[in-house]
Design a protein around this ligand. Structure first.
Ligand SMILES: [Zn+2]
Ligand SMILES: [Zn+2]
Length: 327
């Protein structure tokens, strides 16, 4: 901290305020949240039979008459501190899911279970400005990395904006259908019925949604095959990484893995499926180049868990009034 005289005076004033210790305790407990929620009010707990007061609390006794609670926002643009806490929690949760962690009741033997890191993308809603690995954008330009035009429609007249919004809104349901279908594909490959599959295998996954530049959601997921009772149980020997890979590819493009949004107003009926880009990589404990390592997956997933629409340079909050839009 610099020695700005105004800040220094403020610091001295605050540190000499009665209740400073309690205030500092509150700040510490919010983990340094940048936008704490200020609560005020009272709570009284009474014995139901006698009516005696067992516990009472009032924020009137707190510094400034308020209790500060961490905002808990997961987006780094809104609260770096709370988002960081969330990213750490997510990292450990995902990491436990792929390497095992006694403290989280996931045995280390899950490392031997077939598991992949899969990315399921949104379909196209019309061509957008991009930076292809080779050559120029379809508009003829070679866009610099931070060009605000990236991800925007080449032809705004024909781009299906409503479709893009509707897809994001239904992406969770599409994921549900995908996982249902995945179980069927696994069962079919083993020559089992769905019911029989449950007795020998369970599909576990952890996923995060990421906004692409064009604003469409895509999913990153760690998908793992466990025995019938989860991570503690061994999956059947036929459940290989190759079989899982095959089943995911089949499930992703199957007709069942479709969301139908009925026509409404001037909007036509739409059917959504995943985009053609599908990336599946086996997760290995140690990287040999082609595969992705456990650490990399966990860090990647945690990173995206805290990044929201802000990564696209668009708004990450509700638009309350036009001034917010800064048009
Ligand atoms: Zn916060
Ligand atoms: Zn372009």
């Amino acid at each position: 901290m610099g020695t700005d005289p105004l800040a220094l005076a403020d610091l001295l004033r605050v540190s000499n305020t009665p209740g400073f210790e309690r205030w500092r305790e509150q700040v510490r407990r919010t983990g340094g949240c940048s936008d704490p929620i200020h609560l005020s009010g009272t709570t009284v707990t009474r014995d139901r039979a006698t009516g005696d007061v067992l516990y009472s609390y009032s924020t009137a006794d707190e510094p400034g008459g308020r209790l500060r609670v961490a905002c808990g926002n997961r987006r780094a643009s809104r609260c770096p501190s709370c988002a960081w806490t969330y990213a750490g929690d997510t990292y450990h949760l995902i990491r436990a899911g792929i390497t095992g962690d006694d403290r989280k009741n996931v045995p280390a033997t899950v490392r031997d279970h077939p598991r992949v890191f899969a990315t399921l993308t949104a379909p196209s809603f019309g061509p957008v400005h991009n930076r292809p690995d080779r050559g120029a954008c379809r508009c003829g330009a070679r866009h610099p990395e931070n060009d605000p035009v990236l991800g925007t429609a080449l032809d705004p007249e024909s781009y299906d904006y409503a479709g893009a919004v509707l897809f994001n809104n239904h992406a969770g349901q599409l994921w549900q259908r995908f996982t249902n279908r995945l179980r069927r594909e696994l069962a079919a490959r083993a020559g089992l019925t769905q019911r029989e599959l449950k007795d020998v295998l369970r599909v576990s996954y952890g996923k995060v949604a990421e906004f692409q530049k064009r604003g469409a959601i895509h999913f990153h997921a760690v998908i793992r095959l466990d025995g019938p009772n989860g991570p503690d149980t061994v999956p059947p020997s036929w459940a290989t990484v190759q079989l899982l890979d095959d089943a995911i590819r089949a499930a992703a493009v199957h007709a069942y893995t479709t969301i139908t949004v009925p026509a409404a107003g001037d909007q036509p009926l739409r059917r959504f499926q995943w985009g053609r880009q599908l990336d599946i990589r086996p997760v290995k404990a140690f990287g040999d180049g082609s595969d992705i390592t456990e650490q990399a997956v966990a860090a990647y997933v945690a990173k995206y868990a805290t990044k929201a629409a802000e990564t696209t340079g668009s708004l990450d909050r509700r638009i309350g009034n036009r001034e917010v839009l800064d048009l």
